[in-house]
Design a protein around this ligand. Structure first.
Ligand code: OFO
Length: 171
């Protein structure tokens, strides 16, 4: 059994992951409308992953006899200026999630809640990977610059990330 404080904090994390899933779905849709098919596919997969992160907490809470709450999701933005602005927003959101996971870990440590501490380790590693991925995408976008062909090349680069991730999943 976990504490009431930890239960509430995990429910907040569920809401954050759920928001990320909807935000990334909205971004995927925007990309699709802009003809950025590689980015659309990438953001769809990110959205699915966030849903999976949310569901993992549901499962964990059920295992430790705590009640997980299906969150109300605030309206997400639907319009983005450029892929760069959009990926910047993703990176910021991932940093927010990382901080929130670290805060959960602090609670677990204070409460000697070793079970939750162990559960959170997966998220710590995941956030490190995600932040690194978003940073490398932003670096590439910066390198490509603002030529008339920039959007085309950005989309091609993101599609190469899709292919690499698909291969990694298959392996
Ligand atoms: Fe689940 O927020 Fe990152 O990946």
């Amino acid at each position: 059994m976990i504490s009431k404080k930890m239960t509430d904090a995990l429910n907040e994390q569920i809401a954050l992951e759920g928001y990320a899933s909807f935000l990334y779905l909205s971004m995927a849709t925007w990309c699709g409308n802009e003809g950025l098919d590689g980015c659309e596919k990438f953001m769809q997969r990110q959205s699915e992953e966030e849903r999976m992160h949310m569901l993992k907490i549901f499962e964990y809470m059920s295992e430790v006899d705590a009640i997980a709450l299906t969150p109300a999701i605030a309206q997400v933005p639907h319009q983005f200026e450029t892929p760069q602005e959009m990926f910047n927003m993703v990176y910021k959101h991932e940093q927010k999630v990382t901080k929130s996971i670290h805060d959960l870990l602090k609670i677990a440590k204070v409460e000697n809640d070793y079970t939750t501490e162990n559960f959170l380790q997966w998220y710590i590693a995941e956030q490190r990977e995600e932040e690194n991925l978003m940073r490398s995408i932003l670096d590439k976008i910066k390198l490509i610059g603002k030529s008339p062909m920039a959007l085309y090349y950005i989309d091609k680069e993101i599609d190469a990330v899709n292919t690499a991730e698909e291969k990694a999943t298959e392996a």
